[in-house]
Design a protein around this ligand. Structure first.
Ligand code: URP
Ligand code: ZN
Ligand code: ZN
Length: 477
């Protein structure tokens, strides 16, 4: 059976034109005007609609043991939510603890998705320790497990964070293997000292999360990574870049010849620091790291998307429930706010709020509403930053990230006339709150295909758990 999408406006990062897309056996087999209708084809009329390549989220957490708890989605809910929002490929961070064997970790993360994910997926391999045997394990993961990107954390001291010697060894190995290293850039020591100081001063609410990780701390992390990348020659990708000084540190390195890509994430473009300042612990919903910044940083990031300085927009989807998990940092947490929390006898504070914002479902519509509809970016930039660049950087292009003969038939038919509101009552993510509750959005993914199979039709779920494939990738050598 084939699928023919007729009369839509096809938008890729390079072109836009009215035409048809014919898909057979999961692949795009023809693109052009007035394609003939094959006898076996299901025909979708896309008149008045945009036809986008499936969107790619290059930074999600689905299975994440973190800050004494586990992220809320699994692949059934996370991949469904992604598809409902138009995202057809997820790149998840595999985040082992320092004591976990990397080969066992990648098997564990793969097992969480296999047979359950409805969208296609792959992983960045997190390196949280570089010791004896790590280089051999990582070589095997690249060659045998089809992984061509690593992840390091310069933040999270005592948890995922690595030391400088480990960073040097990771980047040197990545250079040798042709693997891109994604990095969370914040100076871990500065964060931990500032946190201690603020808590000692009685500044314990969620509104103190941002001051504990100011823009200078992020910029230092970026500059730090740039120095190591410059010395080793490794290709690096800075995840969730939130502010002007961080982008400046990175672009200065680009001028010195460092090969570096920049990601920002949907929450930084659409929320600002006032959200984390809301009373009655509401601000905890908006605690993520680096923190949500003030409006001037947000405006700057939009400009950087428009001019190509920032390469990609991900989500850093890291879903934690408000009532239970975010409340681990509530002043009354020690008295057991919720039956599922262990009473510690100690008052909570912002350093105990699990970091992260659920957003995998909302990224594309937020980017469209706040970016395209407000004239901050054009349609082709929208496709480039939400799909094509991630495919190019992470070895998925042209299988993913474009609409071309031979590419996977991952399509999003977008209704630009649709108007609606975001709400926890209608979202597919597993969390008990939406960080974008009540937000008006324009446009939606009306029909979504993964390798030719219709997963969303008329904005309703029609997909299958388990349809998603692991995407094996090769290093760039
Ligand atoms: O707050 C965040 N970003 N949570 C998820 C873990 C990470 O740093 O990516
Ligand atoms: Zn991070
Ligand atoms: Zn992350």
């Amino acid at each position: 059976m084939s699928l023919l999408v007729k009369n839509g406006e096809i938008i890729t990062a390079e072109t836009r034109f009215k035409g048809d897309v014919l898909c057979r056996d999961g692949i795009i087999v023809a693109v052009g005007p007035d394609l003939e209708v094959p006898a076996d084809a299901e025909v979708i009329d896309a008149t008045g609609k945009y036809v986008f390549p499936g969107f790619i989220d290059p930074h999600v957490h689905i299975y994440l043991p973190f800050m004494g708890t586990f992220s809320k989605d699994d692949y059934a809910t996370g991949s469904k939510a992604a598809l409902m929002g138009g995202t057809t490929t997820l790149i998840e961070m595999c985040c082992p603890s320092r004591s976990e064997d990397p080969r066992e970790a990648i098997q564990l993360w793969k097992s969480k998705a296999a047979g359950i994910s409805s969208c296609d997926y792959t992983f960045h391999m997190g390196i949280t320790r570089f010791g004896e045997g790590t280089a051999d394990a990582l070589r095997a993961i690249v060659v045998e497990e089809g992984i061509s990107s690593f992840k390091v954390f310069l933040a999270y001291k005592g948890a995922f964070g690595i030391e400088d010697t480990e960073l040097y060894q990771t980047l040197s190995l990545a250079k040798e293997l042709g693997v891109v290293v994604t990095a969370h850039c914040e100076n871990a020591d500065l964060v931990s000292e500032t946190q201690k100081k603020l808590v000692a001063e009685g500044k314990t609410g969620p509104e103190w999360h941002e001051p504990s990780r100011p823009v200078t701390v992020e910029a230092e992390g970026c500059h730090h990574l740039m120095t190591f990348a410059e010395l080793t020659g490794a290709e690096v990708y800075v995840v969730h870049t939130s502010c002007i000084p961080a982008v400046e540190a990175i672009t200065a390195a680009r001028k010195r010849g460092v090969k570096v890509f920049i990601e920002t994430v949907a929450p930084y473009l659409t929320l600002d620091s006032s959200y984390a300042e809301q009373p009655d612990f509401e601000g905890a919903k908006y605690v993520m790291s680096p923190p949500i910044r003030s409006k001037e940083h947000q405006d700057f990031l939009w400009k950087c998307l428009a001019d190509g300085t920032v390469d990609t927009v991900g989500t850093d989807h890291a879903p934690f429930d408000f009532a239970t998990q975010k409340h681990m940092g509530h002043p009354d947490a020690g008295k057991c706010v919720d039956a599922s929390l262990k009473p510690t006898g100690k008052a909570g504070n912002f350093t105990l709020i699990p970091n992260g914002i659920p957003s995998v479902e909302e990224r594309v519509k937020l980017l469209y509403t706040e970016g395209v509809c407000r004239g901050r970016i054009d349609l082709q930039t929208f496709v480039r930053v939400a799909s094509t660049r991630a495919a190019e950087i992470f070895g998925l292009y042209p299988k993913k990230g474009t609409i071309a003969v031979g590419s996977d038939a991952d399509l999003v038919i977008w209704d630009p006339e649709w108007k609606g509101k975001i709400s926890v009552t209608t979202h597919s993510m597993a969390t008990d709150y939406s960080a974008f509750e009540g937000r008006e959005v324009l446009g939606r993914a009306e029909l979504v295909t993964v390798r030719g199979k219709i997963m969303v039709r008329d904005g309703e779920w029609t997909g299958d758990n388990g349809w998603g494939n692991f995407l094996s990738r090769k290093p760039n050598i």
